[in-house]
Design a protein around this ligand. Structure first.
Ligand code: PEP
Length: 249
């Protein structure tokens, strides 16, 4: 039985004054079947963690370095994120794969560092519009999955987020059949690589323009265990209906 997960990615948004949004989410975070995770910018992780302490609301990060420590000015290690109160870290988001030229090899090294530090890794995969139109979606996703996931992954420390690049922040969403095809494919690949036990226990999130108005139908798709939400996670008033849709799915 996989616990559902509603994860919010605040990206480079949010100041201390915005942490009040967490209070309403904390109130919703007591259900036994659904986890709620907010990944604020690194500057807010420690204060967000202190604020969420004891509520069940989880706090995560948006990236980490491949190394545990060292001369890497401006970077943050997984151990430092954990020390600040994070329990998970998003890795391989398309904005990092594109803007920071992160390859799947780098994402895998970061995921390994995250697992070694005791963080769960939320590894993002997704095709561009050109790749989908060329009918290469499953090849791209399969390659990213094989390249980005370390062998030490388990259902406890790995979450996969399928995020078509063309759906992120655009208001465009794949059809339910398209989401289902990719999620079933991911499940089959995970079972083939890790065996049925681990393969069936890894949670698969859909991400890309999830909103209060479309969340319920997305959560009906098989092998969708939750969502990674960008814009609609910034305000509790938008994120709460998505959480509720997941809880009742
Ligand atoms: C994201 O960037 O992870 C994301 C899913 O963004 P949005 O929900 O805004 O499309």
């Amino acid at each position: 039985m996989r616990r559902k997960l509603a994860a919010g990615n605040w990206k480079m948004n949010g100041l201390s004054a915005d942490l009040g949004e967490l209070d309403a989410l904390a109130g919703a975070a007591s259900g036994p079947d659904t986890e709620i995770l907010i990944c604020p910018p690194a500057t807010l992780i420690a204060t967000a963690s202190a604020r969420a302490k004891g509520t069940g609301l989880l706090i995560g990060a948006q990236d980490c370095h491949t190394n545990a420590s060292g001369a890497h000015t401006g970077d943050i290690s997984a151990a430092q994120l954990r020390d600040a109160g994070a329990s998970a870290v998003i890795l391989g988001h398309s904005e990092r794969r594109e803007a920071h030229e992160e390859s799947s090899e780098i994402v895998r090294a970061k995921a390994r560092a995250a697992l070694e530090a005791g963080l769960a890794a939320i590894v993002c995969l997704g095709e561009s519009l050109a790749q989908r139109e060329a009918q290469n979606t499953l090849d791209i996703i399969g390659g990213q999955l094989a390249g980005s996931i370390p062998d030490s992954a388990t259902g406890q420390n790995l979450v996969i987020a399928y995020e078509p690049i063309w759906a992120i922040g655009t208001g465009k969403v794949p059809t339910l059949a398209q989401i289902g095809e990719v999620h079933d494919f991911l499940r089959a690949r995970l079972e083939r690589r890790f065996g049925a036990g681990v393969g069936r226990s890894v949670r698969l999130l859909y991400g890309g323009s999830v909103k209060p108005g479309n969340a319920s139908e997305i959560f009906t798709v098989s092998n969708v265990d939750g969502a990674l939400v960008g814009g609609a996670s910034l305000k509790a008033a938008d994120f709460l209906p998505i959480i509720e849709a997941l809880e009742t799915a």
